[in-house]
Design a protein around this ligand. Structure first.
Ligand SMILES: NC(=O)c1ccc[n+]([C@@H]2O[C@H](COP(=O)([O-])OP(=O)(O)OC[C@H]3O[C@@H](n4cnc5c(N)ncnc54)[C@H](OP(=O)(O)O)[C@@H]3O)[C@@H](O)[C@H]2O)c1
Length: 260
């Protein structure tokens, strides 16, 4: 059941990242294992975890047991700010737990006080030695991204931030594009009122649920999105957003749901 693969976006100078990934925050143990297995069966080829989620071992076991080729799956993990002083050891622990030689993307989970220029040097080294195929940040402002670039000459390939129609910011979106930083949105549903009349109307036009409109809206903007679900039909539905598209007018109406 792998017909439902998401298209990819190219990371600066590096690998392809599927536009829709599977989020794993707040799921651990058997529930996490089962959800990731189901997601891979449904066609997801991108899984988002973090040291802080405490589920890397279950994610790794699900990846192995799935039978899907390692190189077909894009795996992200993140360094917690509390481990900024031991970045290399933390990456080693992530790789051990995941059972991988390298992650596809390693992110600084939050700015570790300031922009974390020292930590970023460790990230650059991890990419050079092949333990992280791509490197990026999360919850960074554009100004903090620029500080990393100025300090090291290396720009993060990705910034993973809270993103949803209610959080839409055209300036932030454009700023990432100008810097060739892929914007990856998290919590697409937690910050969305799925009963909003605009989302419902657009959803009715396309004969899909509002949740799919929200995810498709990310894709229309070129924003990678990583919905989490433990519910099989939602896991499937959240990937099935490539059989319809939104018009420019529909995208603009959803953009205007941003809370000012
Ligand atoms: N970098 C960071 O600091 C950061 C922060 C937060 C999240 N993240 C990442 O982003 C991922 C996604 O964000 P999130 O987990 O916060 O929240 P989310 O994906 O916005 O929302 C998850 C919630 O939405 C429900 N849901 C899923 N699909 C749905 C659908 N089709 N219709 C209606 N409800 C649906 C889920 O319910 P069920 O599970 O019960 O189906 C769950 O309650 C995380 O799992 C994590 O990987 C990163």
């Amino acid at each position: 059941m792998t017909e439902n693969l998401a298209p990819t976006v190219r990371l600066a100078g590096s690998t392809e990242m599927p536009m829709v990934g599977f989020g794993t925050w707040q799921i651990t143990g058997r529930q996490c294992y089962d959800a990731v297995r189901y997601a891979l069966e449904a066609g997801y080829r991108h899984v988002d975890t973090a040291t802080m989620y405490g589920n890397e071992a279950e994610v790794g076991r699900a990846l192995r047991d799935s039978g899907v080729d390692r190189d077909e799956i894009f795996v992200t993990t993140k360094l917690p700010p509390r481990d900024a002083g031991r970045a290399d050891a933390t990456l080693s622990a992530s790789l051990d737990a995941l059972g991988l030689d390298a992650v596809d993307l390693w992110l600084v989970h939050w700015p570790p006080g300031g922009a974390g220029e020292d930590v970023w040097e460790r990230f650059v080294a991890a990419r050079e030695d092949g333990r992280a195929r791509a490197i990026g940040v999360s919850n960074y402002s554009l100004e903090q991204v620029d500080r990393l670039t100025q300090a090291t000459g290396v720009t993060p390939q990705v910034n993973q931030v809270s993103w949803a129609p209610s959080r839409y910011d055209a300036g932030v979106e454009a700023g990432h594009r100008e810097r060739d930083v892929v914007l990856e949105g998290y919590s697409p549903f937690k910050n969305t009122d799925l009963s909003d009349p605009v989302l419902r109307e657009v959803a009715d036009t396309h004969g899909v649920p509002p949740a799919q409109v929200v995810l498709r809206w990310h894709v229309e903007h070129g924003v990678v999105v990583i919905p989490k679900s433990v519910t099989p039909e939602r896991i499937r539905a959240n990937l099935a957003v490539f059989g319809f598209s939104l018009s420019d007018d529909e995208v603009a109406r959803i953009d205007r749901l941003a809370r000012r």
